[in-house]
Structure formats: C-alpha cells, structure tokens
Design a binder for this molecule. Sequence first.
Ligand SMILES: Cc1ncc(COP(=O)(O)O)c(C=O)c1O
Length: 429
Amino acid sequence: MDMDEAPGESLINALASTRIGNDTIFSWFARYQQAKSDGHDAVNGTVGSLLEDNGQLAINHVVDEMLRKAPPLEFASYAPLKGLPSFLDLSITLALGEHRSTLEEMGFAFTSTATPGGSGALFLAASNLCERGEAILLRDRYWGPYAGFLKGCGLGMATWPLLPEAGSEYPFFADTAFEKEVEQLASTQSTVMVWLNDPAHNPTGLTMSAEGRRAALDVMMASASRHPGIGHTLLLDAAYSLYADEPHGWGETIVETMEDGTPWPENFLITYAVSMSKSHTAYGLRTGALIAIHPDQNITERLRGILGVTGRQTWSAAPRLLQYTAAELHSNPETANAWSDERYRLQGLLIERRKAFVEACEELNVPINPTHDGFFGWLEHDNPESITEKCAAEHVYLVPLQGGVRIGLCAIPLASIRRVVETLQKALN
Ligand SMILES: Cc1ncc(COP(=O)(O)O)c(C=O)c1O
C-alpha cells in the first residue's frame, strides 16, 4: 500500500471517500459527557433532542403508553410499502392542520409516503424531484446533514442569505436575494427545488412571518408561470413545526394565495417533510412522511407511485409500530387531547428557556440571531470554534457550525441559561 493512501482506497468509490469525520454535534456532545464524567459542573447545549430540566430525555408519556399497548403484530409485521393508510392520512393533517379541509374543498389532491423519519422524506425529495447534477436552493444556514443528502443524490447546492439587509420589507426573509437565485436557477436548470426549514429553523430558531411566507410563495409561483417547462418544488421541512407558535402557517399562506385567485402553475409542487421524531418524542422509531400537494390528482398519483417505489428500493418499508400507534392515538379524541396537553407542556419548556435566553442576551449585549420557535438559538460568528472552545473551558458545551454557534436550548435547563449567556459574553470579549 502507498503510505500516503487512506486504508482501503481501492475498495471504495469516489463518493465514499468524501464521507469522512465524526458528526460535529456528536463529537461536542461526547466532550460534554467526558466533562460530566470527570466530575465537572458541565452544561449540555449540544444535542438536538428535547431534555427535561433534570437532563433526562423528555418523553411524551401518552405516546409511550400507547406504544407499549400495541399488539405484537404491530411490532413484528412489515408496514405496507407506501405506509399504513391511517398514518398517511394523519400525516397530511399533522402537516396542514385546520387548512387541510379548506384545501380539499378547493380541489387540491394530496399524496403521502411513509419514510424512516424526516430524513427519509428529505431523501425521497432529493432523489426524485430535482435533476441530477443540478443545485437545490437553501438558506445559507441549514441543518448540516442536508449537504450529505444532496451530495449522495448527485445534487449541488445554491444558497441565499437567511436574513435580509437591515430595513428590508420582510424582517426574516431576504426576498430580493431569493428572487434572484430562483430566477438564476430557473434560467439555467431543468428543475428548481427550494428547501425551507420553517417554522422553527434548525440551527437558529427563526420562523418566517406570514408576509415573508406569502412573498416566497409568490416568487416561486411567478417563476413557475414564467418558465413553464421547468419544474418548481417547494419543500417545507416541518421537523419542528409542532412546537412552533404557528405550526400550520404555511397551510394558511397556501389557502390565502388561492383565495386571492392566484393561478396554480401545473409545474409547481409543494411538499412537506414530516418527522414524528420530535413531535411524538420518538426519535429512534424512525417515522415520518413526504407529502405532496397539487391541484391535479394525476400528478399526485404519479408521485405516489414514484415515491413508494423509491422507498421500496432503498429501505423497503418504513417502520410500522409508530405509524400504527400514532394513527390510533390521534383517532381517539381522549388520547389526542392528552398527547396535545403533553406536547404543550414540552413546548412550554422551550418557550421559557428561549425567553430567558433572549432577555439575558439583550441585557449582556450578546448579539444573537432572531429566534422564535423550536429547539435552537444561534450566534453568528466567523470563527465559531474559537467561541465554543472558550465556552468549553468554562464547561459550557455548544456546537460550532458553519458561520456560527448553535445553542441547544432544547437541552439546557432553565436554571443554566444565564450561565450560558454569561459564558458567551465572556468568550466574545
Ligand atoms: C432540520 C431537520 N430536518 C429534519 C430532521 C429529521 O429528523 P428525523 O430523521 O429524526 O425525523 C431533523 C432532525 O434533527 C432536523 O433537524
């Protein structure tokens, strides 16, 4: 073997050789765990799971109790390849909420395909709805694994800024840059696909305003009308939506756009990547769905076939147990309400921590990004490792990502929030 060559170089392909390194988030979590086991009073702001104030994983007990009562067959059997029909129906309601029936009355058709988590839904979209070699449009701060999904599907990436210039019309949406990028892609590619993790963006906690949502939708629909041969897809990554103040804001925006008489271009599709990981505190049961919405049922039916076959050829069927349990849970008003009460309690943890965080940052002049909903806060920084290293020296563990530091409010006990902000202030100065 050539001494400069990585081991097994001849055994792997070119793509595999780019799959290197530990996941940054997990390696910083490991540093927290080490500090804890060395006896330090360490704060964990690394993980992307919701923890109770005592550091234990928050579990929606209604889901847990119902899972344990499921019949043996629901554990052991395959699910139908495209998913259990009762779960597929539920997934559409979870994505659209009260706007589902209005959209149905307006003549929209839906299709849903069960997937292993929201990640599976993102894979289905990347693998089918954008031409290989073309770029998908993302905001310039995004969940790191997006890059891997895209690369694995032979796709590139284009970005536009997460936040607009000061004084822009929409405080949380860089509309001019977005429009320019969409036009650029529509003029040079055969497909335009936009991924938007909204509401409750990972890694910043940003949620777009109703006006921003409408402006984004208008840009995409206008572009689809101007470029009739170019498929346009808006993918809404709804991984954290059920902990947001307005979980179904996009449904509302779609309804309003239709009510204003905007014609829906045939080459425009909206998809939702639904994840049950957070909303049902069932991260390990790997359950989610990709939902597609279009007024033409022939199109949604065609997609149903394509997405189902892709799943079959990749992971076979998605896990069955939570599909069954979630459908049962939500079909009974008593358990559905109990789940919702518990979800509301968990959302309350996030609201209290975020409020304390934002207030302390204001008081101590820590220049964090706007943050509204969901699991995270964000400090924009050119050298994020320098900040997280200084914080780690004080045993506060945060995650350095491209362009800034992710603060896992989902994991930090309320009583430690002020210490985190004071540590950030010290690190910045
Ligand atoms: C932004 C975002 N999208 C999607 C997912 C997918 O989650 P899962 O595959 O566990 O459902 C996550 C999980 O952390 C996420 O942060």
